[in-house]
Design a protein around this ligand. Sequence first.
Ligand code: SDX
Length: 436
Amino acid sequence: MSNDEVSTKSFTLTNNQTGETSILPIIDGTMGPSVIDVRKLYNDTNHFTFDPSFTSTGSCKSRITYIDGENGILQHRGYDIQDLAEKANYLEVCYLLLYGDLPNAAQKKQFEHNITYHTLLHEQMHFFYRGFRRDAHPMAIMCGVVAALSAFYHDSLDIWDPAQRELSAHRLIAKIGTLAAMTYKYSIGQPFMYPRNDLSYSENFLYMCFAVPAEPYKVNPILARAMEKLLILHADHEQNASTSTVRLAGSSQANPFACIAAGIACLWGPAHGGANQEVLEMLDEIGSKERIPEFIKKAKDKDDPFRLMGFGHRVYKNFDPRARVLKQSCDEVLEDLGINDPRLELAMELERIALQDEYFIERKLFPNVDFYSGIILKAMGFPTSMFTVLFAVARTVGWIAQWKEMIEEPSLRIGRPRQLYTGPASRPFVKLEDRD
Ligand code: SDX
């Protein structure tokens, strides 16, 4: 245990069968629950802890993001997400997540230059897309092309070299937007658009998605600002499933591009980042306010696998603070664009009814970040199949910041959980002729 973790507080664990006790130190953080240090538990007691979905397990120390689920609080390096969404731009938040504080004017200018000048891809990367069907799910393409970055950028694969770690972080933040835009273009059969160095990150992304070579394209500033907010709100979220995937992959000393590809694969799941696509598809299936009670009933039926997508969260037992910001942004974007999307009204009626229902109240199921994001993305012109890709674009900075923090820990060890074995007891081999 390092000096900063020497604790005078502890738990005593008693084996009620033998009376043996084990003293387990408590480690305090800056905010939030303290942890019980069980690192010596197996050696002391020959027992493992058991927490299959990690509901009560802290997997690491981190200085990046703090979540208070009971009070609906999300902070990055101590700054409230509401302030960052309203007052910062995405690359400032990227800098904050990577380096620990908001950049000053010179740092911001240098960082924006570094990211901008890494948005271009090696030309050979274009050929990877040709191998996919045009109707491949965009997340399938993203898993492939992000992992393929390892095959090109050999000069930033040494994870022990701080300069190469920083270079791979900059490359990933910069290129994930280009790869995502190319994925979208490929899926609709349009030519790829090269990034432009005169545009901001969000303007560049929208340009690469929606411009065509045949005519000039001007990015709508309302959409660019909405995209900035979406990217900031999805940038990092503590030790969620995909971030934990990136950390576990990184603990084996795999290269950062492969680790981010693993995070993308995990994010794709409908219980995680894939929910934003499912929310829109669910709203389309509900179709009208009159059918809401039918779907609320389905969501409550234990025998029905249907869940109200965009509701509930492992950590937030109050409103997801990101959902509040997104709901406001949703109103602004639709109003500014003069779009009257009946799905927004349907979503708000669904939210109103669900939040009055005892089942949802009792289980503290509130709208999460995915509930409103899809409506904004639809208004921007993205197909639902691209929604989780956009989540991955935003979350790449969180993944790589957490990966970098882990690699820089002095005590990096490979993550290797154990298990409770419930299979057959030892038994002798049975020859083929003796088997039933
Ligand atoms: C994200 O972890 C993160 O930080 C993730 C994320 C991030 O930024 O990285 O915030 C992004 O993934 C947001 C979540 C998006 N997913 C969805 O919207 C899918 C729908 N939500 C559920 O699948 C669920 O709420 C989870 C996966 C989000 C949370 O699952 P938990 O913590 O394992 O909760 P649970 O399954 O134990 O549910 C507790 C109870 C159960 O009922 P009982 O068995 O107690 O009777 O609540 C019920 C569940 O059936 N429940 C729901 C429900 N979510 C939970 N019932 C109906 N509809 C729902 N959406």
